[in-house]
Write a protein that binds this ligand. Sequence first.
Ligand code: AMP
Length: 217
Amino acid sequence: MKSRIVLLGAPGSGKGTQAEMITRHFAISVTSTGTILRRERDLGTPLGLEADEISKQGGLVPDQIIVKLIEDWLNLHGQNGFVFDGFPRTVRQAERLNEILARLGKTLDLAIWLDVSQQTVRDRIAGRLQCRRCGFTTSLTSARFADRPVCPYCDGPLIRREDDDATVLQTRLAEFKAKTEPLLSFYEKDDALHRIDGNRDREAVFADISALIEERK
Ligand code: AMP
């Protein structure tokens, strides 16, 4: 399928989980700017180390760095549609994405906004385990990983993210409110916006997302 989708929402709203379900079910390529940045950090590149200083404190990495990552990714893998998890996070990033797509003669199909309560965010972030290598996300309470915290997809280690700490989360939520929430009106204007109740379990949320994707087939 060639759908072009962005997944938007607060930290812990389920973007990564839904992106993974979409790619498995619909075979649409997925990328996460957060995962790319963590990979760069683990490789020790200047970009990765610079971004890590910002991410560790809960801030957003500058737009021009992020847009360049996405532009490079689109040039390499973007021919058959995409799901972006965690991009865009600012109006400037969304504007630049539209410009890049316009150059390629394409438009965005769906901007899916996962609505979650503050309580859901706190609970999910406090209990989150993530694969250090590929970004697969699960919960600390998942019995399946209790004895062997190893990623079922790539064998990477499942760890608690450094920025999932309660104090850093406060900053991430403030950044989200100030810089990412304005995307609601940005995408409402474009008629691309669909809000989904993300407080429910992953299958219920995915059923709604699937219906939106199927409608556009
Ligand atoms: P995530 O894995 O999506 O929660 O992203 C982790 C961190 O990477 C964020 O808290 C930001 O510091 C940075 N980051 C990821 N995506 C973006 C983006 N689109 N714009 C700015 N910073 C980003």
